[in-house]
Design a protein around this ligand. Structure first.
Ligand SMILES: [Mg+2]
Length: 422
């Protein structure tokens, strides 16, 4: 089954007022740079990466740049050796200069890799989580690229980990039966008033969620502390309350804010400072311990994640498979985090479509703790098979693929350009 056609689409969705807003991203237009691949037997695979609107056309161009390297290739052959193939694409000697392994070119690679994995899962007739749970440790190791992380984990270490950590089959069956817990980030946008936050948080708990996350980064810390305390008081002590500063603070300011928020029993403090500031994160984590520091949605590759983990700079890893270069790099990050004993809770907002599969892998195969996975419902109507959350828990998807396929109607209305490459 050979790949014969690529379509790169610039898809942007209008948002309700205030939705998606945080301390630095005040007017988001949720968008997907989308890669569709077709095979000679008519199968179609879809991969996406996420942007906030402007610049989506740059990432769409980056997707097209990979066409010569996947054109005409057999899906099963690519899948069997995906780690090595991915490494070659990520290191393509001219495109590499645009990164390496970061920025628009890496986002483009994430979408292309996603489309290939989608084709693979569809050709196997399995949702991605099932496909991953059915692979042997040797097959899983062949999906990752250890070339830049072997000082922390190599193939042999990964094999050992995969053989040791998998949950017993009865526990996996029970996990699939009860579904995976989620939390809804759309409760706590920074653009919402204090009263709205409390109302939304109570409504979320009423729908069965056991965790809420609130955006922080208001002009003064007292306002944030008051908003978070109001929600904590409303939801009571049993519900997890997390906060997310979306990178807005300096290191001293983040430490000051963390101290002001600590009395609300914050389960994690997400993105306190600039996402490249590994040692700044470490200083925040040291100053605020035992408060957990979370980060990763803007960490571009497994090398930077390795540095965060080695520095003790994060206690919750939040990789995003569409920010990283796709499944191979997500696996690298998940293996390093599991080795270090750090939970992996992907940044999954708009891409919980894909991460609902990956969290079942990290839970069942890597044995990581059952902590809640993010979701944001604003784009649900645009997916062919939107996430199903019942009483606060994701139902395991049943449709083959990675879950990224978009409704034809939505594409017709919201895709700006459609260029078909053959
Ligand atoms: Mg976040």
């Amino acid at each position: 089954v050979k790949i014969t056609q690529m379509t790169a689409l610039d898809v942007r969705f209008p948002m309700p007022p205030g939705a998606g807003s945080d301390s630095l991203h005040v007017d988001p237009l949720y968008s997907f740079a989308t890669c569709k691949l077709r095979t000679d037997d008519g199968l179609e695979g879809t991969g996406i990466t996420f942007t906030l609107g402007r610049g989506n056309e740059v990432v769409t161009a980056a997707i097209r740049a990979f066409w010569p390297f996947v054109r005409g290739h057999d899906v099963a052959e690519l899948a069997a050796d995906l780690g090595a193939r991915w490494r070659a694409w990520a290191n393509e000697s001219q495109l590499r200069w645009l990164g390496p392994h970061k920025g628009a070119i890496h986002l483009g690679l994430a979408a292309v890799t996603g489309a290939i994995v989608d084709l693979w899962a569809r050709s196997e007739g399995k949702p991605l989580w099932r496909l991953l749970l059915d692979l042997s440790p040797e097959q899983l190791v062949a999906l990752a690229d250890f070339s830049t992380i072997s000082d922390v984990i190599d193939e042999a270490g990964a094999l050992e980990l995969l053989r040791e950590r998998r949950l017993p089959e009865a526990e996996i069956a029970a996990q699939l039966e009860r579904g995976y817990p989620g939390y809804d980030t759309s409760v706590g946008w920074l653009g919402y008033s204090r009263d709205q936050l409390v109302t939304n948080a109570l409504s979320s708990v009423g729908r069965g969620f056991r965790a809420v996350k609130l955006k922080v980064g208001s002009p003064d810390i007292a306002t944030d502390a008051d908003r978070v305390a109001a929600v904590r008081e409303a939801v009571g002590p049993e519900i997890l309350v997390m906060v997310d500063a979306n990178q807005c603070w300096s290191v001293p300011r983040a430490i000051e804010a963390g101290r002001a928020l600590a009395s609300s029993d914050v389960f994690w403090f997400e993105e306190p400072v600039h996402p490249d500031d590994v040692l700044g994160y470490r200083d925040v984590a040291t100053a605020l311990a035992p408060m957990r520091i979370a980060g990763g949605e803007h960490v571009p590759n497994q090398v930077v994640f390795k540095n965060f983990i080695r520095a003790g700079a994060i206690q919750v890893a939040q990789p995003d498979v569409v920010r990283l270069g796709g499944l191979p790099e997500f696996l690298g990050v998940a293996l390093m985090a599991a080795e270090a004993g750090i939970p992996v809770l992907p940044h999954a907002g708009e891409t919980s479509q894909i991460h609902q599969h990956l969290i079942l892998f990290t839970r069942c195969v890597l044995g990581l703790p059952e902590l809640p996975l993010e979701t944001i419902p604003h784009l649900a109507e645009h997916f062919v098979d939107p996430v199903q959350i019942v009483k606060g828990r994701y139902r395991p998807p049943t449709v083959p693929g990675i879950g990224a396929a978009l409704q034809p109607d939505s594409l017709a209305r919201h895709a700006a350009t459609t260029e078909v490459l053959t």
